[in-house]
Design a protein around this ligand. Structure first.
Ligand SMILES: Cc1cc2nc3c(=O)[nH]c(=O)nc-3n(C[C@H](O)[C@H](O)[C@H](O)COP(=O)(O)OP(=O)(O)OC[C@H]3O[C@@H](n4cnc5c(N)ncnc54)[C@H](O)[C@@H]3O)c2cc1C
Length: 480
């Protein structure tokens, strides 16, 4: 949605230098490299545009990643790591060209250490495949982004991805024990450990979680596992309004019930799927919660949750088929909204759970001001809301940009954040200043420079351009 900032031009080496770079890469990898037909590698799921690299490499080992980085350093070539390209913030887009480093050939599941509750995995393994492999060993890797079946483990770590179960289990970073990482210089580092505990030195493995490919390339991960949960109970609670649903969330948590997921749909989200899930939603309902509990005492707990929620209507799944129908209510929202409107942008702001109703009201007010439609749903337990703006005309983009800026400002005003899952990447970098003060951004730039003095790793991401002051001022940001 944003123009490429002028201070980050496309890398433009002389042709002879580019040829020399390509020869050096092919020699290091001992196979031809890809220097055209980048259509699939130029885009991601952010919708932020198409940016072709000059060359793409598909390393198969840590040693090959290190060799590529040494060559990139020598030529001062930008390097953009890429997993499956499912990211929604433009992190994997090679906005300045250079080398696109696709990690999809590093896809070995090295070890599941069942007794010690960890697994060692290469970054290109699909997250869903990894989850299923550990489940077969009676272990569980809880982070569950909706993209699990097509995103990579490395991409999930680089974005610190999460999903509905983060409310109980935390996010991806809570399961990263250690990793092998390659710096921009080509230096290989072993970070972290294989034990659940460990406090020696700075936690640099944690720093790399959510670093969006800007600090190092992750080439192997040691991930913590939990026992496979015994038993699951799922319920759909319907309410006459969003406030009643949000209050129910607070009461459920107050009652020391700890669901794995607490998903909320606002009236617009609920209306979008009403016809698709006939019979599931009470006709009078204007909001609903999907509550799932895991563990051997979960039936008693979900009945207690139903009592404290004071829902106007309640369905507790009697079997797996009904459980799937309940989850259909949530899973179909995005599809239904896409079918109903030509354009849709889905945000991932977070606010404290008690501010969820006010945030939903704020989104509706912003949408009304800009003449857009809006629907909000998401992980009410931890206040992570997917606020969707919906429109049909190409000419509405300026309104959408204003609506997004106002939404981020509202989230920050509620002591929340502009992104809880998708990362800053390209599309939110101009808004980081709404949430973080200049000294904090400056410190992070210094951290980046320590890891990557030439600034070749995923340049143009995460940090605001000089335009930030203007945009933050327009949006009324705290730190403009
Ligand atoms: C339909 C859909 C649903 C989604 N649902 C969720 C959700 O529920 N929760 C959620 O959190 N996200 C969600 N996402 C966003 C996205 O899937 C996740 O962020 C995912 O983790 C990205 O993984 P990827 O392999 O596609 O990474 P990419 O998009 O390829 O890359 C993402 C970032 O990671 C960096 N990167 C990738 N691999 C490495 C590596 N090995 N070393 C260093 N940096 C690396 C890239 O440079 C980039 O900055 C969804 C996306 C879609 C399209």
């Amino acid at each position: 949605m944003f123009d490429l900032p002028a201070e980050w031009p496309r890398w433009a080496p002389p042709p002879a230098t580019l040829d020399a770079l390509c020869l050096a890469l092919a020699a290091a990898l001992k196979r031809p490299i890809q220097s055209q037909d980048f259509a699939d590698l130029s885009r991601d799921e952010s919708g932020a545009g198409s940016f072709a690299p000059h060359v793409a490499v598909f390393p198969e080992s840590t040693a090959e990643v290190a060799a590529v980085m040494r060559i990139a350093s020598q030529y001062s070539a930008p390097v953009t790591p890429r997993g499956a390209g499912s990211g929604k913030s433009g992190g994997a887009l090679p906005v300045h060209g250079g080398i696109l480093m696709a990690m999809t050939e590093m896809r070995r599941l090295v070890q599941i250490a069942r007794a010690d509750h960890y697994a060692i995995v290469e970054p290109g393994v699909l997250l869903g495949d990894f989850q299923r492999a550990v489940l077969a060993e009676e272990r569980c890797f809880p982070p569950d982004p909706a993209s699990a079946d097509f995103c990579t483990v490395g991409g999930a770590v680089a974005e610190n991805a999460a999903g509905p179960r983060a409310f109980k289990y935390g996010t991806t970073k809570d399961y990263v024990l250690g990793m092998t990482a390659v710096l921009a210089s080509g230096e290989v580092l072993e970070l972290g450990r294989r034990t659940q505990k460990g406090v020696a030195g700075y936690d640099l493995a944690a720093l790399l979680c959510g670093s969006e490919g800007t600090l190092a390339v992750i080439t192997e991960l040691t991930l913590g596992l939990v026992p496979r949960p015994l038993g699951v109970e799922t319920a759909l609670f319907c309410f006459k309004d969003v406030r009643a649903a949000a209050s129910a969330v607070v009461r459920i948590v107050d009652a020391a019930i700890h669901p794995a997921t607490l998903e909320l749909l606002d009236p617009a989200a609920l209306d979008s799927v009403r016809a698709d899930v006939a019979g599931m939603i009470d006709p009078a309902a204007r909001a609903c919660l999907i509550v799932e509990l895991e563990g051997d005492a979960s039936l008693a707990a979900i009945e207690r949750a139903a009592a404290v929620a004071r829902a106007d209507a309640c369905i507790i799944a009697a079997d797996d088929a009904q459980r799937r129908r309940i989850w259909d209510v949530r899973k179909r929202v995005s599809i239904a909204l896409k079918q109903a409107y030509a354009h849709k942008v889905s945000e991932d702001i977070v606010v404290p759970p008690s501010a969820v109703p006010q945030m939903i009201d704020a989104v509706q007010a912003i949408a009304a001001t800009e003449g857009l439609a809006a629907a909000t749903y998401g992980h009410a337990g931890d206040g992570n809301l997917h606020t969707n703006y919906l429109w049909n005309s190409e000419t509405d983009h300026a309104r959408v940009d204003r609506a997004l800026a106002a939404t981020y400002r509202a989230a920050v005003a509620f002591h929340g954040t502009i992104t809880g899952e998708h990362g800053v990447g390209l599309v939110k970098r101009e808004y980081l200043g709404l949430e973080q003060a200049p000294p904090l951004i400056a410190l992070q730039r210094r951290v980046k420079a320590t890891f990557d003095p030439q600034g070749i790793l995923n340049p143009g991401k995460m940090f605001p351009s000089e335009r930030n002051a203007v945009i933050a001022a327009q949006a009324g940001g705290q730190h403009a």
